[in-house]
Design a protein around this ligand. Structure first.
Ligand code: SF4
Length: 467
């Protein structure tokens, strides 16, 4: 029996602005454009130079930040967060930014990524007297900063950040400054922009376009930016050893209109589709993509293969992502509600269906079924990522190794399980070629190859390899 529906889930998106009279409103729009990175909770904390105030809640950006809530958020600087809960689970207390008040001042934290040494750090901190308010890994940084012993906030941050292992893009705000930090491997995307005299930081550049900000550059691995009313200072808190940006950001997570390291996400996906057409030439009548993240790759495949691209599958815009629905039966309903096959396009046709990934396999099987029920005579599945054989430890919820269909099944076995007439995954080389790279340097491919850019701690391994 196939396991339950499970997709790849991003954890978070972050947005920050320093030095703008409409800081909270800009953050609202920025977070709205990052909503695809997490739909379970969202929050904004503002600074007016004297104090930090926050509003947060479980739900979508448009639900939490009502007109009334926005009136509370007065200030010239802000950080915001959208969350998909995995590490530490859900719940209001885990919704970010986390806000801490103390006699020496306040601190707000927003984090995208996942720490791989969080349990050992928590044990150490608890032994020293720390009491955690949340079960999220993000809070560890606040405790490490508080205990660092340095008087200067920059030194506190540098000292604390140097103890973290894993993936992290952090926004750290006090009453008087915004600090921006990226882990030494640069696993998650994070970019800097300007809007007039204000500085803007976001997980994806699509947020800059929405608020009219100008992209300046990506944050460097191991970099700490300190932004205050005096301007911006850049320092390294760690030497960047091996840069390893997540390849899944290009394949699935980021919006097509975002650029990561100067590469446009739509173009990268289209190139992956073109490459697949070379690696997997198939005789067919139409090419279709699973909306939305696979459309670009499907267009690329169609263009390269000279087969018409058609909209063989449509998405109901008003249904949330399947994975935020809690029960199996609701998830199943969700898939049926979410996608429909267009009979007029696929009936009597040999269809190439392009999708970005196969995690557990159930969703692929259902989509193949949808197309066949709508009259497709053949359904050939091509996947614009290599088989996902290993879990992600860096903030992408791929579940445990045992739940990944490709961890112990061959391509032919997966093909049979999803009911496709053929199944092809892009090769690792083909994917890197689509990204304009000769080799794999500079990219994380851990979930495909099992080679991770960081050490993975035993307690983390235990969780992901359980059962
Ligand atoms: S393991 Fe996979 S999903 Fe996780 S950061 Fe690396 S490439 Fe991305």
């Amino acid at each position: 029996m196939l396991p339950e529906i499970k997709g790849l889930n991003e954890e978070c998106g972050i947005f920050g602005v320093w030095g703008h009279k409409d800081a909270a409103q800009l953050t609202y729009y920025g977070l709205h454009s990052l909503q695809h990175r997490g739909q379970e909770g969202t929050g904004i904390v503002v600074s007016d130079g004297k104090q930090l105030k926050g509003v947060k809640g479980e739900g979508l950006v448009a639900e939490i930040f009502t007109t009334e809530a926005m009136k509370e958020l007065t200030g010239t600087s802000a950080i915001g967060h959208v969350r998909y809960a995995t590490a530490g689970g859900g719940g209001y207390e885990n919704v970010q930014p986390l806000l801490f008040h103390s006699q020496t001042g306040s601190l707000a934290l927003a984090h995208n990524g996942n720490l791989v040494n969080v349990n050992s750090l928590k044990h150490q901190l608890e032994a020293q007297g720390s009491i955690f308010q949340t079960s999220s890994d993000t809070e560890v940084l606040a405790h490490l900063m508080k205990r660092s012993g340095y008087s200067d906030s920059k030194d506190r941050a540098k000292n604390a950040l140097s103890m973290l292992k894993g993936a992290y893009a952090y926004l750290i705000m006090t009453e008087t400054e915004l600090m921006v930090a990226l882990d030494p491997h640069g696993l998650r995307p994070l970019s800097l922009g300007t809007l007039g005299d204000a500085y803007v930081v976001a997980s994806e550049t699509c947020a800059f376009d929405v608020v009219g900000a100008e992209y300046i550059r990506d944050i460097r691995p191991g970099e700490l930016l300190i932004i205050n009313d005096e301007g911006l200072v850049s320092e390294q808190f760690a030497v960047s050893s091996t840069k390893a940006i997540c390849t899944m950001e290009y394949i699935y997570f980021s919006r097509p209109d975002s650029n990561i390291q100067g590469i446009n996400v739509h173009t990268a996906r289209k190139n992956m589709g073109k490459r697949l057409a070379i690696e997997a030439p198939i005789e067919a009548d139409v090419v279709t993509g699973v909306p939305d993240s696979s459309i670009s790759a499907a267009i690329g495949y169609a263009e390269e293969a000279g087969i018409p691209y058609e909209m063989g599958l449509i998405k109901n815009r008003y249904v949330g992502r399947t994975f935020i629905q809690p029960s199996q039966s609701l998830r199943e309903q969700g898939v049926k509600m979410k996608l429909s096959a267009v009979r007029g396009v696929v009936e009597g046709k040999r269809v190439i269906m392009v999708d970005d990934s196969i995690v557990r396999g159930t969703t692929s099987r259902r989509i193949v079924n949808l197309l066949k029920e709508a009259g497709a005579t053949e359904v050939h599945v091509v996947i614009s990522s290599p088989p996902i054989k290993n879990p992600c430890f860096y903030g992408i919820d791929t579940s445990t190794k045992e739940e990944l269909i490709a961890s112990d099944k061959s391509v032919e076995e997966i093909r049979e399980l999803i009911g496709a007439d053929s199944l092809t995954f892009i090769s690792v080389e083909g994917m890197m070629h689509a990204l304009g790279q000769e080799g794999t340097n500079g990219y994380c491919l851990g979930c495909f190859t099992g080679n991770y850019p960081t050490e993975i701690y035993p307690d983390t391994l235990q969780y992901y390899y359980q059962k």
